[in-house]
Design a protein around this ligand. Sequence first.
Ligand code: TMP
Length: 203
Amino acid sequence: MSKKPVIVFEGIEGSGKTFHSQFLSNYLKKKKIPHIKLREPGGSRNSEIIRKLILNNQSNFNKNTDLLLYLASRSENINMLKKLYNKKIIIIDRFIDSTIAYQHYGLGVDLRLINKINSYLLGNFKINFTFLNTVSIKNMNKRLKKRKKLNRYDKFDVKFYKKVQQGFIKLSKNKKNYQIINSDLDIEHNKNLILTKINKLLK
Ligand code: TMP
């Protein structure tokens, strides 16, 4: 296992992935372990511009345009990621599984097309470990209600998020490099799970 792993946090809205990826980044900072953390869509300047365009409540792109925009935002990050690959720990808040879960399992876009463009963009860049954050739909709704501002992708119906979460779970099935973090459980328990795994990865 690489000592400078690529670690991805995935999950639907309100699943705690942003919280946990920030928690991990703070932990590494405290230990003075060099790393970078970015989110997708977003992360780099150009990718943040594309993020605004996709998630703007005034936008009404069709599902193929959305797919191409998410991939365009990835394309704007990938050169930087490749430069840092194996040199620094990389933490990513959403990555290729989000595209499969939302655009394929959620919206029905062709999986082969998504896989093809993702492999073209990623080349030899590989994810070492994924924390899949899950949440009950009840808790997801509670957490979304607390948000001051909702973006265009926060407003699908419950059925959609169920499909997306099922998609994420399918992607993690029988894979050694995935761990499910059930965010309906105690937060301290989950933080410990993450740190135990991270310490193993960095050993
Ligand atoms: P965020 O607010 O958690 O950063 O995520 C933005 C939204 O973008 C979220 O609803 C998931 C969605 N998304 C996709 O649909 N496809 C993708 O490839 C990515 C990276 C995110």
